[in-house]
Design a protein around this ligand. Structure first.
Ligand SMILES: Cc1cc2nc3c(=O)[nH]c(=O)nc-3n(C[C@H](O)[C@H](O)[C@H](O)COP(=O)(O)O)c2cc1C
Length: 162
């Protein structure tokens, strides 16, 4: 396949994108799982629909398809430690990641972060494999609004509060 743009150049350009930080969670056959994600976007408000890009190499990747439901937790400025716990730079995966932050079970039975700016609980309606990732399309079935304070962002490979 012809490679027009080097992946390193692409990553450098993307590091200049101001991105909101989220933790995507689910509860599958093997228990709770989650990962930090910036690749989250709204698709439509009619019906409320969003998408998340999930690297298929993530250890819990199959749990998201299997469970068929997930939560998108939009992190507040105070949640950097939560982002780090779910960010894949420590050995922890699965349940141990939830030792950071306060988690409750949401209406769809998925983990929801207390104090998050917003939590979107979604039913998985489509999963499309594109390159290295699964694009998960979720129908939003519940929204919880938290405090509308400082938001955790990721820019230039570091966290910021905006
Ligand atoms: C700030 C930040 C943003 C990330 N965004 C994404 C993302 O949008 N999609 C994704 O698949 N992985 C993303 N990752 C990487 C995953 O969080 C990481 O690969 C995952 O937690 C590894 O899980 P595992 O150790 O269980 O395999 C991001 C990591 C960080 C620190």
């Amino acid at each position: 396949m012809e490679r027009l743009v080097e992946p390193g150049l692409y990553r450098e350009a993307m590091s200049r994108l101001v991105a909101a930080v989220h933790v995507i969670t689910t509860h599958g056959e093997e228990g709770r799982a989650g990962f930090t994600a910036t690749a989250v976007a709204s698709v439509s408000d009619s019906p409320p629909t969003l998408l998340v890009c999930l690297n298929r190499r993530i250890r819990s990747a199959s749990a998201f398809r299997q469970a068929g439901r997930f939560a998108v937790n939009m992190l507040a400025g105070e949640h950097q430690a939560v982002a780090e716990s779910f960010g894949g730079r420590t050995a922890a995966s699965g349940e141990p990641r939830f030792s950071v932050g306060h988690w409750r079970e949401g209406a769809l039975g998925v983990p929801c972060l207390q104090g998050a700016i917003a939590v979107f609980e979604c039913r998985l309606v489509e999963a499309r494999t594109i390159a290295t990732h699964d694009v998960l399309v979720g129908r939003v079935e519940a929204v919880t609004l938290g405090p509308d304070g400082g938001k955790l962002a990721y820019l230039g490979r570091s966290y910021r509060v905006i």
